[in-house]
Design a protein around this ligand. Structure first.
Ligand SMILES: [Zn+2]
Ligand SMILES: [Zn+2]
Ligand SMILES: [Zn+2]
Length: 265
């Protein structure tokens, strides 16, 4: 019988620098609260013995060790920024163990950036040394992956685009400062919204926490978790200031969600 739930693990909840930030001596970077230690933003979806990673962050190897991730069946990329991709080379360990290639998916712009920035992986040249065996796919719309229906959700990320993902009642919407109307329409009736909420002050490419709360309110998500947090956010202090149903993410946070039916049309 197919599994009835899937699990989401927030592998990392931090902004591009990570928290603590190198060279910074602020109170949050010196905090002893483990929730203030944030690796770069990414997530793991576990369903029916399969594992999908959303973004291979700069901290991917440490995250995978921490969460004992024994296999990766596929990767979904949100966009090609360094903090979301630069752990890509560590996927090769899973290739070595499984002796199989890993499919990786993202919107065409993201995949073009990844192919360009990591040309040694995709050049097809035969050279000594083990490079990751990855099969890149440009996403053109909804699809089924590891038994789950995946809905790519276009997002505005400053002058660029990022891609969120919806799986049943769960949506992962990081790295954005705007959501087009068509994407908003695809984010109704969510049990769990994980959304970019960088810091309280505004930013040119990320939602601030007040902006993320406003969007979550418009979507009426039943539970909202703010991620991609900077060192301006102190977990204990700032969690207390959030409205009902909204909370700050922390590394390793896990959620169980009802597995959606796959509708074949
Ligand atoms: Zn980012
Ligand atoms: Zn700091
Ligand atoms: Zn970004």
């Amino acid at each position: 019988m197919a599994a009835t739930v899937f699990q989401v693990t927030l592998l990392g909840s931090g902004t591009s620098t990570g928290v603590p930030m190198l060279g910074c001596n602020c109170a949050v970077c010196r905090s002893s609260d483990p929730r203030d230690r944030r690796t770069r933003c990414s997530a793991l979806i576990s369903f029916d013995g399969r594992q999908i990673v959303i973004d291979t962050s700069t901290d991917f190897r440490q995250q995978a060790l921490r969460e004992a991730v024994g296999q990766v069946d596929a990767v979904l990329y949100t966009h090609a920024h360094a903090d979301h991709v630069h752990g890509i080379d560590d996927l090769r360990a899973y290739n070595m163990v499984s002796k199989a290639a890993i499919p990786i998916y993202g919107p065409p712009a993201a995949m073009a950036g990844i192919r360009r920035n990591f040309s040694y992986i995709f050049s097809g040249e035969v050279k000594p040394g083990f490079r990751p065996l990855l099969v890149p796919w440009d996403l053109a719309g909804d699809f089924v992956l590891c038994g789950l229906p995946i809905q790519p959700i276009p997002l505005q990320h400053g002058a660029e685009q990022a891609c969120g993902y919806r799986i049943g009642g769960f949506a992962y919407i990081t790295d954005c400062n705007g959501i087009p109307d068509e994407s908003m329409a695809r984010l109704r009736d969510l049990d769990l919204l994980v959304i970019d909420g960088l810091r309280f002050r505004s930013h040119p490419t990320h939602f601030s926490i007040p902006e993320a709360i406003e969007v979550a309110g418009r979507l009426a998500a039943r539970r909202t978790v703010l991620t991609h947090l900077s060192h301006e956010v102190e977990h204990r202090r700032d969690q207390a200031s959030l409205p009902q149903g909204v909370e700050l993410a922390h590394d390793g946070q896990k959620f169980l969600l009802a597995a959606p039916e796959i509708a074949f049309s």
